[in-house]
Design a protein around this ligand. Sequence first.
Ligand SMILES: Nc1ncnc2c1ncn2[C@@H]1O[C@H](COP(=O)(O)OP(=O)(O)OP(=O)(O)O)[C@@H](O)[C@H]1O
Ligand SMILES: [Mg+2]
Length: 247
Amino acid sequence: MNQHILEAKNLSIRFGGLRAVDDVSFKAVRNKITTIIGPNGAGKSTLFNLISGLLRPNSGTVYVDGEKFRNVGPDTMQKAGLARSFQITNLFFELPVAENIRLAAQILEPKSRWAMPIRASVIAAKRVQELLERFDLKSKAEYLVGALSHGEQRRLEIAVALACKPKILLLDEPTQGMSHGDTEDTANLIKSLSEDVTILLIEHDIGLVMKISDYVLVMHQGQKLAEGTPEEVRANAAVQAAYFGHA
Ligand SMILES: Nc1ncnc2c1ncn2[C@@H]1O[C@H](COP(=O)(O)OP(=O)(O)OP(=O)(O)O)[C@@H](O)[C@H]1O
Ligand SMILES: [Mg+2]
């Protein structure tokens, strides 16, 4: 088995004159946490959009387990084993917590059962229970999402992204807007998830990045500025100048 579960090769996209992602290549190691950092507008979310098929690159290729994906949509990338959460909450606020997970888990059911009543969806139901437990949301299963705290909503979003049992989980700023305590809990949760799934993370909290990342990729103005272990990246002079704002 190839230790690199994901490879992005020479990905580029332009928006008019702006090179939002400019010839970016990297590899992610199986069951490790690869974190993408960089200033606002560096192209981090756009890179996720290219990898997950939400945007089509002007050039470049994505490989999942050695299989080549070029110019394909999000459905194809989901089938390949990718799932993602969004920088902006992407939940159904008027539906209960469990129902949000169940809708995403429904894809685990064989197609022949899709037209049957919900109670026939036993595989999805089992997945919902597993995730409610793992994410400490069991007591809130029947709450409407709108009634959860911000931290709980962000946690639920990770559960929803995991519902389809992906091989690779892309998390775009999962701790955004969280209190210090919730951020710590989420960091520990993400770390524990990497036992079963490869994680690609975008994160601004540099303390968290240094603590849980196995590998860090630094983006700046659409390009890859540096990469390496958290220690290597922290010691990199170009990173210090561009990202931390001092030399
Ligand atoms: N659909 C789009 N059309 C035009 N420009 C876009 C589009 N999406 C992103 N951009 C631009 O591309 C650049 C990179 O944006 P992106 O959202 O990837 O940055 P980011 O690194 O995720 O930033 P942040 O840390 O603020 O989330 C920005 O200048 C942004 O304005
Ligand atoms: Mg972003």
